[in-house]
Design a protein around this ligand. Structure first.
Ligand code: BG6
Length: 310
């Protein structure tokens, strides 16, 4: 058994011998599809999303770097950048694939792997040299990003490494803007955020602390959570009482929970169908509460692993 793989100048796809698959656009290194062995899609992508490189993709997993949200009004090196930075709107380079076996001793006598143990990792890169001249001027630092997307039978890991290749420090934020697909937002419950503080962007950036163990979504929701030291690094999304996804974070202390609900969805030209807010929920692991300062030569790595029950 082997991993089926294809790539052209706009996208990369991989499928495990057990049927799970992933598809990534070079534009933004945006994961636009992740299917389980039955072919069920796990990510929500708007039917009006632009996939031609003219606008950040509305759905999937857009990457936020080097600034989250609208940049500071002035006086910060990111101030001239568009909302959520340039990583999601730049064309990345496909660096290569590697397959591995999680249980190398389980194959048959001929040394061939067990189909169920195979995984594939796809690596993408973006550096200052590959930005358009226009974008390079807006944020004039030498940097290197490596984004790795690893597909296993029961999970998808996306991991971002930011390296400062400049001779001066820079400040940045990163976030994995994951649009999870759900059947019905009204039966979704989110846990793993209790005791976290949050900024509620819907309520004039008011500050709160998550007291209830679970959070449900019944109106526009846009909260930037900061998980306290020692808190769980897993957010669980259940539907109808059953675990649908667990989202584990590595070195990412923030989680944005976003659902645009009716009015915001209506106001976004690329959000279709308009009722689609019922079928999506953004759980966005990131490092956005403060600025991450990287000294020359230093690197920052953050990752998420989204697991589905088998
Ligand atoms: C979320 C933000 O991460 O992204 C929201 O918290 C924002 O405030 C949303 O509306 C979508 O952003 P964009 O730029 O993709 O429309």
């Amino acid at each position: 058994p082997t991993v089926t793989f294809s790539s052209d100048n706009s996208r990369v796809t991989a499928e495990l011998p057990t049927g799970e698959s992933v598809e990534i656009l070079l534009y933004g290194a945006t994961v636009i599809s992740w299917k389980d062995s039955k072919g069920d899609e796990k990510l929500w992508v708007s039917s009006a999303a632009k996939l031609d490189g003219t606008k950040a993709v509305r759905g999937g997993i857009p990457l936020v770097f080097p600034v989250f949200g609208p940049p500071p009004a002035s006086g910060h090196p990111t101030s001239s950048l568009p909302q959520h930075g340039f990583a999601r709107t730049s064309v990345w380079e496909f660096l290569g694939k590697s397959t591995s076996e999680s249980n190398p001793t389980s194959g048959d006598a001929s040394g061939s792997a067990n189909a169920a143990d195979l995984s594939v990792k796809l690596d993408f890169g973006l550096s200052a040299a590959s930005l358009t001249a226009e974008v390079r001027e807006l944020w004039p630092y030498k940097f290197n990003l490596i984004y790795s997307v690893t597909l296993n039978r029961e999970n998808l890991t996306t991991s971002l490494v930011v390296t400062n290749d400049d001779d001066k420090p820079f400040e940045s934020q990163v976030l994995l803007h994951t649009y999870l697909r759900v059947n019905d937002i009204s039966s979704v419950s989110i846990s793993g955020l209790a005791s976290s503080t949050y900024i509620d962007k819907v309520a004039n950036a008011s500050v709160g602390t998550q007291t209830a163990d679970t959070l449900s979504i019944a109106s526009e929701t846009d909260r930037v959570y900061t998980t306290p030291n020692g808190a769980s690094d897993v957010v669980t999304v259940s539907e109808g009482g059953k675990t649908r996804y667990t989202v584990a974070r590595d070195n990412l202390l923030n989680v944005v929970v976003w659902n645009p609900w009716t009015e915001k969805a209506a106001g976004m030209g690329d959000f279709e169908p308009k009722e689609g807010y019922k079928n999506m929920l953004c759980i966005e692991p990131g490092s956005v509460g403060t600025w991450q300062t990287l000294e020359p030569g230093d690197a920052f790595e953050g990752a998420q692993t989204i697991t589905i029950p088998l």
